[in-house]
Design a protein around this ligand. Structure first.
Ligand code: ADP
Ligand code: ASP
Ligand code: MG
Length: 474
Protein backbone atom coordinates (compact mmCIF):
# COMPACT_ATOMS: atom_id res chain seq x y z
CA UNK A 1 0.00 0.00 0.00
CA UNK A 2 1.24 3.44 -0.94
CA UNK A 3 0.17 6.86 0.32
CA UNK A 4 0.76 9.56 -2.30
CA UNK A 5 0.64 13.19 -1.20
CA UNK A 6 0.48 16.01 -3.74
CA UNK A 7 1.48 19.58 -2.75
CA UNK A 8 0.01 22.93 -3.76
CA UNK A 9 1.99 23.38 -6.98
CA UNK A 10 1.12 19.82 -8.02
CA UNK A 11 -2.61 20.64 -7.91
CA UNK A 12 -2.32 24.29 -8.91
CA UNK A 13 -4.46 24.09 -12.05
CA UNK A 14 -5.99 21.66 -14.54
CA UNK A 15 -2.64 21.00 -16.25
CA UNK A 16 -0.90 20.10 -12.98
CA UNK A 17 -3.85 18.00 -11.79
CA UNK A 18 -3.73 16.18 -15.14
CA UNK A 19 -0.12 15.29 -14.35
CA UNK A 20 -1.19 14.02 -10.90
CA UNK A 21 -3.87 11.84 -12.50
CA UNK A 22 -1.22 10.29 -14.78
CA UNK A 23 1.08 9.56 -11.82
CA UNK A 24 -1.75 7.88 -9.89
CA UNK A 25 -2.85 5.89 -12.96
CA UNK A 26 0.71 4.78 -13.52
CA UNK A 27 1.26 3.63 -9.92
CA UNK A 28 -2.03 1.85 -9.91
CA UNK A 29 -0.72 -0.58 -12.51
CA UNK A 30 1.79 -1.92 -9.98
CA UNK A 31 0.10 -1.11 -6.64
CA UNK A 32 -3.63 -1.80 -6.40
CA UNK A 33 -3.91 -0.19 -2.95
CA UNK A 34 -3.33 3.56 -3.13
CA UNK A 35 -4.36 6.42 -0.87
CA UNK A 36 -4.08 9.94 -2.29
CA UNK A 37 -3.65 12.97 -0.01
CA UNK A 38 -3.91 16.46 -1.43
CA UNK A 39 -3.04 20.01 -0.44
CA UNK A 40 -5.02 23.06 -1.48
CA UNK A 41 -4.13 24.75 -4.78
CA UNK A 42 -0.98 26.86 -4.46
CA UNK A 43 -1.69 30.17 -2.70
CA UNK A 44 -5.23 29.24 -1.64
CA UNK A 45 -4.46 28.70 2.06
CA UNK A 46 -2.72 32.08 2.20
CA UNK A 47 -5.68 33.68 0.43
CA UNK A 48 -8.15 32.19 2.94
CA UNK A 49 -6.09 33.19 5.98
CA UNK A 50 -5.40 36.73 4.72
CA UNK A 51 -9.10 37.27 3.99
CA UNK A 52 -10.11 36.00 7.44
CA UNK A 53 -7.51 38.20 9.16
CA UNK A 54 -8.68 41.21 7.15
CA UNK A 55 -12.31 40.43 8.07
CA UNK A 56 -11.37 40.48 11.77
CA UNK A 57 -10.15 44.04 11.20
CA UNK A 58 -13.44 44.98 9.54
CA UNK A 59 -12.24 44.68 5.93
CA UNK A 60 -15.01 42.93 3.98
CA UNK A 61 -13.62 43.50 0.51
CA UNK A 62 -10.81 40.95 0.91
CA UNK A 63 -13.09 37.98 1.40
CA UNK A 64 -15.45 39.12 -1.32
CA UNK A 65 -12.51 39.32 -3.73
CA UNK A 66 -11.18 35.99 -2.48
CA UNK A 67 -14.57 34.41 -3.12
CA UNK A 68 -14.37 35.26 -6.83
CA UNK A 69 -10.81 33.96 -7.11
CA UNK A 70 -11.76 30.69 -5.37
CA UNK A 71 -14.76 30.11 -7.60
CA UNK A 72 -12.82 31.02 -10.74
CA UNK A 73 -9.82 28.77 -10.06
CA UNK A 74 -11.82 25.73 -8.91
CA UNK A 75 -14.49 25.96 -11.60
CA UNK A 76 -11.85 26.35 -14.32
CA UNK A 77 -10.00 23.26 -13.12
CA UNK A 78 -13.18 21.19 -12.82
CA UNK A 79 -14.41 22.20 -16.27
CA UNK A 80 -11.16 21.18 -17.89
CA UNK A 81 -10.89 17.87 -16.03
CA UNK A 82 -14.40 16.48 -15.75
CA UNK A 83 -16.27 15.64 -18.92
CA UNK A 84 -19.46 14.09 -17.57
CA UNK A 85 -21.89 17.02 -17.30
CA UNK A 86 -23.90 15.65 -14.39
CA UNK A 87 -20.70 14.99 -12.44
CA UNK A 88 -19.42 18.47 -13.33
CA UNK A 89 -22.67 20.11 -12.15
CA UNK A 90 -22.56 18.24 -8.87
CA UNK A 91 -18.94 19.23 -8.40
CA UNK A 92 -19.53 22.91 -9.14
CA UNK A 93 -22.35 23.04 -6.61
CA UNK A 94 -20.08 21.46 -3.96
CA UNK A 95 -17.50 24.17 -4.77
CA UNK A 96 -20.12 26.91 -4.60
CA UNK A 97 -21.44 25.65 -1.26
CA UNK A 98 -17.92 25.56 0.26
CA UNK A 99 -17.22 29.08 -0.97
CA UNK A 100 -20.54 30.30 0.46
CA UNK A 101 -19.48 28.71 3.76
CA UNK A 102 -16.20 30.63 3.55
CA UNK A 103 -18.10 33.86 2.98
CA UNK A 104 -20.50 33.20 5.86
CA UNK A 105 -17.60 32.43 8.20
CA UNK A 106 -15.73 35.60 7.20
CA UNK A 107 -18.92 37.61 7.66
CA UNK A 108 -19.23 36.23 11.18
CA UNK A 109 -15.58 37.08 11.86
CA UNK A 110 -16.17 40.64 10.61
CA UNK A 111 -19.23 41.04 12.84
CA UNK A 112 -17.43 39.67 15.90
CA UNK A 113 -14.30 41.66 15.07
CA UNK A 114 -12.23 38.71 16.21
CA UNK A 115 -10.63 35.64 14.65
CA UNK A 116 -10.18 32.81 17.13
CA UNK A 117 -7.86 29.86 16.47
CA UNK A 118 -10.96 27.74 16.15
CA UNK A 119 -12.36 30.01 13.45
CA UNK A 120 -9.00 30.18 11.73
CA UNK A 121 -8.82 26.39 11.62
CA UNK A 122 -12.20 26.08 9.93
CA UNK A 123 -11.43 28.77 7.36
CA UNK A 124 -7.85 27.76 6.55
CA UNK A 125 -8.84 24.13 5.96
CA UNK A 126 -11.35 25.02 3.24
CA UNK A 127 -8.71 24.97 0.49
CA UNK A 128 -8.13 21.23 0.84
CA UNK A 129 -11.89 20.65 1.12
CA UNK A 130 -12.38 22.56 -2.15
CA UNK A 131 -9.69 20.72 -4.05
CA UNK A 132 -9.96 17.08 -2.96
CA UNK A 133 -13.44 16.48 -4.50
CA UNK A 134 -12.14 17.90 -7.80
CA UNK A 135 -9.10 15.63 -7.78
CA UNK A 136 -11.31 12.62 -7.01
CA UNK A 137 -13.60 13.53 -9.91
CA UNK A 138 -10.60 14.01 -12.24
CA UNK A 139 -9.38 10.50 -11.36
CA UNK A 140 -12.83 9.04 -12.01
CA UNK A 141 -12.88 10.88 -15.33
CA UNK A 142 -9.82 8.80 -16.27
CA UNK A 143 -11.59 5.59 -15.23
CA UNK A 144 -10.01 5.26 -11.79
CA UNK A 145 -12.39 4.39 -8.92
CA UNK A 146 -11.58 7.37 -6.66
CA UNK A 147 -13.64 8.42 -3.63
CA UNK A 148 -13.34 11.75 -1.82
CA UNK A 149 -12.81 11.40 1.94
CA UNK A 150 -12.62 14.30 4.40
CA UNK A 151 -9.68 13.82 6.80
CA UNK A 152 -11.91 15.20 9.55
CA UNK A 153 -13.33 11.66 9.59
CA UNK A 154 -9.88 10.06 9.86
CA UNK A 155 -7.38 12.12 11.82
CA UNK A 156 -8.47 12.68 15.41
CA UNK A 157 -6.49 15.50 17.01
CA UNK A 158 -6.24 17.51 20.20
CA UNK A 159 -7.95 20.90 20.37
CA UNK A 160 -4.91 23.02 19.63
CA UNK A 161 -6.98 24.17 16.68
CA UNK A 162 -4.51 25.95 14.40
CA UNK A 163 -1.60 23.57 15.01
CA UNK A 164 -3.20 20.39 16.25
CA UNK A 165 -1.43 17.16 17.23
CA UNK A 166 -2.90 13.81 16.17
CA UNK A 167 -4.11 11.31 18.77
CA UNK A 168 -2.63 8.26 17.12
CA UNK A 169 -4.72 5.48 18.68
CA UNK A 170 -8.04 7.12 17.88
CA UNK A 171 -6.72 8.09 14.43
CA UNK A 172 -5.66 4.53 13.69
CA UNK A 173 -9.09 3.19 14.59
CA UNK A 174 -10.98 5.84 12.61
CA UNK A 175 -8.69 5.65 9.58
CA UNK A 176 -8.74 1.87 9.33
CA UNK A 177 -12.48 1.74 9.91
CA UNK A 178 -13.17 4.22 7.12
CA UNK A 179 -10.43 3.52 4.54
CA UNK A 180 -9.83 -0.23 4.68
CA UNK A 181 -13.34 -1.08 3.37
CA UNK A 182 -12.80 1.39 0.49
CA UNK A 183 -9.40 -0.09 -0.28
CA UNK A 184 -10.77 -3.64 -0.06
CA UNK A 185 -13.36 -2.84 -2.70
CA UNK A 186 -10.64 -1.39 -4.95
CA UNK A 187 -11.35 2.30 -4.42
CA UNK A 188 -8.70 5.00 -4.23
CA UNK A 189 -9.50 7.29 -1.29
CA UNK A 190 -8.68 10.93 -2.08
CA UNK A 191 -8.15 12.59 1.28
CA UNK A 192 -7.83 16.25 2.28
CA UNK A 193 -4.36 17.00 3.67
CA UNK A 194 -3.77 19.50 6.49
CA UNK A 195 -7.18 19.10 8.19
CA UNK A 196 -8.26 16.98 11.14
CA UNK A 197 -10.97 17.13 13.81
CA UNK A 198 -11.18 16.76 17.57
CA UNK A 199 -12.92 13.73 19.09
CA UNK A 200 -16.03 15.95 19.30
CA UNK A 201 -15.82 16.68 15.59
CA UNK A 202 -14.58 20.29 15.77
CA UNK A 203 -12.38 21.07 12.73
CA UNK A 204 -8.65 21.57 13.35
CA UNK A 205 -5.57 21.90 11.13
CA UNK A 206 -2.10 20.45 11.60
CA UNK A 207 -0.12 23.69 11.11
CA UNK A 208 1.17 25.33 7.93
CA UNK A 209 2.61 22.90 5.42
CA UNK A 210 0.89 20.12 7.35
CA UNK A 211 -0.31 18.02 4.42
CA UNK A 212 3.01 16.13 4.43
CA UNK A 213 2.31 15.28 8.06
CA UNK A 214 -1.24 14.15 7.15
CA UNK A 215 0.18 11.68 4.63
CA UNK A 216 2.64 10.29 7.18
CA UNK A 217 -0.08 9.96 9.84
CA UNK A 218 -2.33 8.06 7.43
CA UNK A 219 0.60 5.95 6.23
CA UNK A 220 1.37 4.92 9.80
CA UNK A 221 -2.30 4.28 10.65
CA UNK A 222 -2.63 2.01 7.60
CA UNK A 223 0.82 0.36 7.94
CA UNK A 224 1.58 1.52 4.40
CA UNK A 225 4.67 0.29 2.58
CA UNK A 226 5.69 3.80 1.59
CA UNK A 227 4.68 7.45 1.92
CA UNK A 228 5.37 9.45 -1.24
CA UNK A 229 5.59 13.23 -1.07
CA UNK A 230 5.08 14.60 -4.58
CA UNK A 231 6.24 18.21 -4.91
CA UNK A 232 7.75 20.65 -7.42
CA UNK A 233 11.47 19.82 -7.06
CA UNK A 234 13.56 16.67 -7.60
CA UNK A 235 13.41 15.59 -3.94
CA UNK A 236 15.31 16.98 -0.97
CA UNK A 237 18.16 19.05 -2.37
CA UNK A 238 21.55 19.99 -0.90
CA UNK A 239 20.14 23.52 -0.34
CA UNK A 240 17.08 25.59 -1.18
CA UNK A 241 17.24 25.86 -4.99
CA UNK A 242 15.98 29.43 -4.75
CA UNK A 243 19.27 30.31 -3.00
CA UNK A 244 21.74 27.92 -4.63
CA UNK A 245 21.10 27.28 -8.31
CA UNK A 246 23.48 24.29 -8.42
CA UNK A 247 21.74 22.52 -5.50
CA UNK A 248 21.57 18.79 -6.21
CA UNK A 249 19.01 16.13 -5.30
CA UNK A 250 20.06 13.77 -2.48
CA UNK A 251 19.29 10.12 -3.27
CA UNK A 252 19.00 9.08 0.36
CA UNK A 253 18.60 10.60 3.82
CA UNK A 254 18.01 9.08 7.23
CA UNK A 255 14.89 10.05 9.21
CA UNK A 256 17.19 11.96 11.56
CA UNK A 257 18.80 13.94 8.77
CA UNK A 258 15.46 14.73 7.10
CA UNK A 259 13.92 15.81 10.41
CA UNK A 260 16.92 18.01 11.17
CA UNK A 261 16.76 19.63 7.71
CA UNK A 262 13.03 20.20 7.93
CA UNK A 263 13.25 21.59 11.45
CA UNK A 264 15.98 23.98 10.37
CA UNK A 265 13.99 25.40 7.49
CA UNK A 266 13.94 23.08 4.44
CA UNK A 267 10.36 23.73 3.41
CA UNK A 268 10.16 20.63 1.22
CA UNK A 269 9.05 18.48 4.20
CA UNK A 270 6.98 19.44 7.22
CA UNK A 271 9.25 18.84 10.26
CA UNK A 272 6.84 16.36 11.87
CA UNK A 273 6.48 14.20 8.76
CA UNK A 274 9.12 11.74 9.90
CA UNK A 275 7.60 11.09 13.36
CA UNK A 276 4.76 8.70 12.46
CA UNK A 277 6.98 6.86 9.97
CA UNK A 278 9.94 6.26 12.30
CA UNK A 279 8.01 3.99 14.67
CA UNK A 280 6.94 1.64 11.91
CA UNK A 281 9.99 2.12 9.69
CA UNK A 282 7.90 3.33 6.76
CA UNK A 283 10.14 4.85 4.07
CA UNK A 284 9.26 8.32 2.76
CA UNK A 285 10.13 9.23 -0.78
CA UNK A 286 10.15 12.80 -2.08
CA UNK A 287 9.39 13.00 -5.80
CA UNK A 288 8.86 15.64 -8.47
CA UNK A 289 5.35 15.73 -9.99
CA UNK A 290 6.78 17.47 -13.04
CA UNK A 291 9.68 15.02 -13.48
CA UNK A 292 7.99 11.77 -12.43
CA UNK A 293 10.61 9.35 -13.79
CA UNK A 294 13.30 10.87 -11.54
CA UNK A 295 13.65 8.71 -8.40
CA UNK A 296 13.97 11.68 -6.01
CA UNK A 297 14.98 11.23 -2.37
CA UNK A 298 14.32 8.25 -0.14
CA UNK A 299 14.14 8.87 3.59
CA UNK A 300 14.88 5.69 5.54
CA UNK A 301 15.95 4.46 8.98
CA UNK A 302 19.53 3.75 7.99
CA UNK A 303 21.60 4.79 5.02
CA UNK A 304 22.06 1.87 2.64
CA UNK A 305 25.85 2.02 2.83
CA UNK A 306 25.77 2.64 6.55
CA UNK A 307 27.04 5.77 8.21
CA UNK A 308 30.51 4.25 8.58
CA UNK A 309 30.85 3.87 4.83
CA UNK A 310 29.76 7.46 4.41
CA UNK A 311 32.44 8.55 6.82
CA UNK A 312 35.05 6.89 4.69
CA UNK A 313 34.00 8.25 1.33
CA UNK A 314 30.64 10.01 1.25
CA UNK A 315 30.08 13.61 2.14
CA UNK A 316 30.05 14.47 5.84
CA UNK A 317 27.84 17.49 5.26
CA UNK A 318 24.84 16.56 3.14
CA UNK A 319 22.73 19.68 3.02
CA UNK A 320 22.37 23.27 4.21
CA UNK A 321 19.31 25.10 5.46
CA UNK A 322 18.38 28.58 6.67
CA UNK A 323 15.85 29.77 9.23
CA UNK A 324 15.13 33.48 9.06
CA UNK A 325 13.41 36.00 11.29
CA UNK A 326 15.34 35.25 14.47
CA UNK A 327 16.83 37.18 17.39
CA UNK A 328 19.94 36.42 19.42
CA UNK A 329 19.61 37.00 23.15
CA UNK A 330 22.78 37.13 25.27
CA UNK A 331 23.08 36.99 29.04
CA UNK A 332 26.60 38.22 29.79
CA UNK A 333 28.68 39.28 32.74
CA UNK A 334 31.91 38.49 34.50
CA UNK A 335 30.10 37.63 37.70
CA UNK A 336 28.49 34.62 36.04
CA UNK A 337 31.66 32.58 36.10
CA UNK A 338 31.28 29.53 38.29
CA UNK A 339 27.90 30.63 39.61
CA UNK A 340 25.71 27.55 39.41
CA UNK A 341 22.21 27.72 38.07
CA UNK A 342 22.45 30.70 35.71
CA UNK A 343 21.72 28.55 32.67
CA UNK A 344 18.87 26.77 34.43
CA UNK A 345 17.32 30.06 35.52
CA UNK A 346 17.78 31.53 32.05
CA UNK A 347 15.98 28.72 30.28
CA UNK A 348 13.29 28.35 32.92
CA UNK A 349 12.49 32.01 32.33
CA UNK A 350 12.48 31.48 28.55
CA UNK A 351 10.28 28.39 28.78
CA UNK A 352 7.82 30.33 30.94
CA UNK A 353 7.33 32.66 27.97
CA UNK A 354 6.52 29.75 25.64
CA UNK A 355 9.39 30.73 23.38
CA UNK A 356 10.98 28.15 21.13
CA UNK A 357 14.78 28.12 21.54
CA UNK A 358 16.42 27.16 18.24
CA UNK A 359 20.04 27.22 19.32
CA UNK A 360 22.08 27.64 22.51
CA UNK A 361 25.73 28.47 22.86
CA UNK A 362 27.87 29.11 25.93
CA UNK A 363 31.46 30.28 25.84
CA UNK A 364 33.84 28.05 27.83
CA UNK A 365 34.82 31.07 29.89
CA UNK A 366 31.23 30.94 31.21
CA UNK A 367 30.93 34.69 30.84
CA UNK A 368 27.99 34.54 28.51
CA UNK A 369 25.14 32.37 27.41
CA UNK A 370 23.48 33.16 24.15
CA UNK A 371 20.50 31.62 22.44
CA UNK A 372 18.31 32.22 19.43
CA UNK A 373 14.53 32.63 19.47
CA UNK A 374 11.97 33.71 16.85
CA UNK A 375 11.84 37.48 16.37
CA UNK A 376 8.30 37.69 17.73
CA UNK A 377 9.32 36.19 21.10
CA UNK A 378 12.41 38.33 21.67
CA UNK A 379 10.92 41.26 23.54
CA UNK A 380 8.97 39.23 26.09
CA UNK A 381 11.95 36.91 26.64
CA UNK A 382 14.34 39.82 27.27
CA UNK A 383 11.87 41.46 29.63
CA UNK A 384 11.42 38.23 31.57
CA UNK A 385 15.20 37.74 31.86
CA UNK A 386 15.66 41.29 33.11
CA UNK A 387 13.11 40.55 35.83
CA UNK A 388 14.66 37.16 36.67
CA UNK A 389 18.17 38.57 37.00
CA UNK A 390 17.21 41.97 38.42
CA UNK A 391 19.38 41.58 41.50
CA UNK A 392 22.38 40.17 39.58
CA UNK A 393 22.11 43.10 37.18
CA UNK A 394 21.96 45.55 40.09
CA UNK A 395 25.02 43.90 41.63
CA UNK A 396 26.76 43.93 38.25
CA UNK A 397 27.25 40.16 38.27
CA UNK A 398 25.38 40.25 34.98
CA UNK A 399 26.07 43.25 32.75
CA UNK A 400 23.04 43.15 30.58
CA UNK A 401 20.53 41.18 28.58
CA UNK A 402 21.51 41.98 25.01
CA UNK A 403 19.13 41.52 22.10
CA UNK A 404 20.40 41.36 18.54
CA UNK A 405 17.72 41.29 15.86
CA UNK A 406 17.87 40.29 12.17
CA UNK A 407 19.60 37.00 12.81
CA UNK A 408 19.43 33.81 10.78
CA UNK A 409 20.61 30.31 11.51
CA UNK A 410 22.42 28.46 8.77
CA UNK A 411 22.56 24.76 9.59
CA UNK A 412 24.81 22.12 8.06
CA UNK A 413 23.28 18.65 8.35
CA UNK A 414 24.65 15.17 7.77
CA UNK A 415 25.15 12.05 9.88
CA UNK A 416 28.59 11.60 8.37
CA UNK A 417 29.73 14.60 10.46
CA UNK A 418 29.69 12.29 13.46
CA UNK A 419 33.28 11.66 14.35
CA UNK A 420 34.61 13.47 11.29
CA UNK A 421 37.08 15.98 12.65
CA UNK A 422 37.46 19.45 11.28
CA UNK A 423 33.97 20.11 9.92
CA UNK A 424 33.46 23.18 12.09
CA UNK A 425 36.89 24.48 11.13
CA UNK A 426 36.07 24.07 7.43
CA UNK A 427 32.74 25.86 7.92
CA UNK A 428 34.48 28.74 9.65
CA UNK A 429 37.17 29.07 7.06
CA UNK A 430 34.63 28.90 4.21
CA UNK A 431 32.99 31.96 5.74
CA UNK A 432 36.11 33.62 7.16
CA UNK A 433 37.74 33.62 3.72
CA UNK A 434 34.78 35.62 2.44
CA UNK A 435 34.63 37.94 5.46
CA UNK A 436 31.31 36.59 6.73
CA UNK A 437 31.13 37.00 10.49
CA UNK A 438 29.85 34.04 12.52
CA UNK A 439 28.10 35.42 15.60
CA UNK A 440 27.59 32.13 17.44
CA UNK A 441 27.93 28.44 16.76
CA UNK A 442 26.37 25.31 18.23
CA UNK A 443 26.64 21.64 17.56
CA UNK A 444 23.94 19.20 18.58
CA UNK A 445 25.19 16.34 20.70
CA UNK A 446 23.95 13.95 18.02
CA UNK A 447 26.58 15.58 15.79
CA UNK A 448 24.26 15.54 12.79
CA UNK A 449 23.97 19.31 12.79
CA UNK A 450 26.19 22.35 13.18
CA UNK A 451 24.25 25.62 13.46
CA UNK A 452 25.73 29.04 12.79
CA UNK A 453 24.05 32.28 13.80
CA UNK A 454 24.72 35.03 11.25
CA UNK A 455 23.44 38.46 10.34
CA UNK A 456 20.39 38.14 8.07
CA UNK A 457 22.11 40.11 5.32
CA UNK A 458 24.82 37.42 5.07
CA UNK A 459 22.46 34.43 4.89
CA UNK A 460 22.23 33.66 1.18
CA UNK A 461 25.90 34.37 0.45
CA UNK A 462 26.94 32.20 3.42
CA UNK A 463 24.88 29.27 2.12
CA UNK A 464 26.43 29.64 -1.33
CA UNK A 465 30.00 29.83 0.09
CA UNK A 466 29.54 26.74 2.27
CA UNK A 467 27.81 24.86 -0.54
CA UNK A 468 30.81 25.55 -2.77
CA UNK A 469 33.44 24.90 -0.07
CA UNK A 470 32.01 21.43 0.66
CA UNK A 471 31.46 20.80 -3.05
CA UNK A 472 27.81 19.87 -2.40
CA UNK A 473 26.86 20.60 -6.00
CA UNK A 474 29.03 17.63 -7.03
P1 ADP B 1 4.46 21.57 -1.70
O1 ADP B 1 3.47 22.62 -2.06
O2 ADP B 1 4.60 20.51 -2.74
O3 ADP B 1 4.26 21.03 -0.31
P2 ADP B 1 6.54 23.29 -0.71
O4 ADP B 1 6.58 24.65 -1.36
O5 ADP B 1 5.95 23.17 0.64
O6 ADP B 1 5.87 22.28 -1.74
O7 ADP B 1 8.03 22.69 -0.65
C1 ADP B 1 8.81 22.59 -1.84
C2 ADP B 1 9.75 23.78 -1.94
O8 ADP B 1 10.67 23.75 -0.85
C3 ADP B 1 10.64 23.77 -3.14
O9 ADP B 1 10.00 24.34 -4.26
C4 ADP B 1 11.84 24.60 -2.69
O10 ADP B 1 11.71 25.93 -3.12
C5 ADP B 1 11.75 24.60 -1.18
N1 ADP B 1 12.97 24.08 -0.55
C6 ADP B 1 13.64 24.68 0.46
N2 ADP B 1 14.70 23.97 0.82
C7 ADP B 1 14.72 22.86 0.05
C8 ADP B 1 15.58 21.74 -0.04
N3 ADP B 1 16.65 21.58 0.75
N4 ADP B 1 15.30 20.79 -0.96
C9 ADP B 1 14.20 20.93 -1.75
N5 ADP B 1 13.37 21.97 -1.72
C10 ADP B 1 13.62 22.95 -0.83
N1 ASP C 1 -2.40 24.04 2.35
C1 ASP C 1 -1.70 24.01 3.62
C2 ASP C 1 -0.72 25.15 3.70
O1 ASP C 1 -0.56 25.90 2.75
C3 ASP C 1 -1.04 22.70 3.89
C4 ASP C 1 0.00 22.26 2.89
O2 ASP C 1 0.07 22.77 1.77
O3 ASP C 1 0.76 21.35 3.23
O4 ASP C 1 -0.13 25.36 4.73
MG1 MG D 1 4.69 21.79 1.62
Amino acid sequence: MQVLKFGGTSVNDAAAIGQVVSIVADQRTSDPRLVVVTSAMRGVTDLLIDAARAAAKGDRTRYRDARLILIGRHHDAAEALVHDLDELNRLQSVTDERVREFERLCMAVAILGELTDRGLAVISGLGERLLAPILAAALRDRGLPAAFVDAGELIVSDDNFASAAPLMDATRTATRGRLLPLLDQGDIPVVTGFVAATADGAPTVLGRGGSDYSAAILGAALDADEVQIWTDVDGVLTADPRIVSEARSLPELTYGEAAELAYFGAKVLHPKTMLPCIDRGIPISVRNTFNPTFPGTRVVAQATNGVAAQRGGGPAVKALTVIRGLTLVTVAGRGMMGVPGIAARTFTAVAGQDANVLMISQASSEQSICFVVPEGDATKVARELEATFASEIRQRAIDRIAVERNIVIVAAVGEGMKGTPGIAARLFSALGDKNVNVIAVAQGSSETNISLALAAADADAAVRYIHAAFNLGG
